[in-house]
Design a binder for this molecule. Sequence first.
Ligand code: SF4
Ligand code: SF4
Length: 352
Amino acid sequence: MKQSTDFFLLEKNGIDILVKKFLEEHKVFGPIKPGHDSTFDEIKSPKELHLDYISTVLPPKKFFHPPTENLFSFELIENTEWTYKETLHDEKTVLIGVHPCDVHAILRLDRFFSEDFRDPYYLSRRENTIIVALNCIEPSEYCFCESMGTGPFLEMGYDLLLTDIGKKYLLETGTYDGKKLLDGLKLEKADKKDLYEKKKLLEQAKKKFKRHVNTDGLSALLDDDTHDWDIWTKLAENGYPGKSFPCLSCGSCSLVCPTCYCYDVYDVIDLSLKKGVRKRELDSCQLLEYAEVALGGNFRRDRRERIRHWLMCKFGMAAGGDKSGCVGCGRCIRICPSKIDITEVARIIRGE
Ligand code: SF4
Ligand code: SF4
């Protein structure tokens, strides 16, 4: 539920008090830095939290739509009668330190998992999770959220929002649930000067992006079936000289993408043939088996077709709008072993 916004100030070590409060009644997940890269994981003590991070390899999508999960178990009790036990998650959870692009990605996933059908497994996690977002002051070299209208600062989709304004954090409430989480904490109120500082930091952050995409008319260009784009053949067969190698169809780009939701469902049956588990795991349209059907038929056997399909999903439908499949997080660029850069592809398509 959207509420009027309250603005508070938090000392840098005040985050510890906040996390301790969350831990009283919730499981808390946030960015930690166990090695070279940051990753979202469970926080058992405030000391583990590492808010000063650029990006994680896997997005927080993994908490709502995990790489692999058990949906339900089933068992035959009579000749034709089965019982089912669903795996629904009702644990109260706080996800802290989520960047704006990843919040926008979660909002897109919400639509997918609740509009045409309601997915109880995704929604049970989502409805029990409070999002404490963190605005981005320093975009990474791969980010282009500003072009996609999803960052670097957030205007929607959060319960609480943090902005590092130098010596302190500005803390904003976004929903009633977020506000309630602060009950009992004695927090200093922010004033106009602090809000001005936030505005100033936003303007500075916008200037720091190294990657940009001009989304104007991009989806219409891609959806134009009359155009025979030779870019797909190049990406599939040779890569762009001096820029990329051919796509390897490894699927890494879609597996790290915070908005890719495609999945596979299969049953693991017990040897008794009387019980089993229905599982779901992330799938990728870049993989050969993705569009395979009975008798070995395959709707997208060619690599060219697969990379085209993925990029159409990211930029084709409504690039830059709230229906775009891309939120500009830059993960696919960073992870691609063939150095395929989605922003470069957009530029080539536009003839720039
Ligand atoms: S990560 Fe790169 S090489 Fe792998 S499927 Fe994606 S575009 Fe192709
Ligand atoms: S397509 Fe790439 S840049 Fe866009 S949201 Fe997915 S991983 Fe991020």
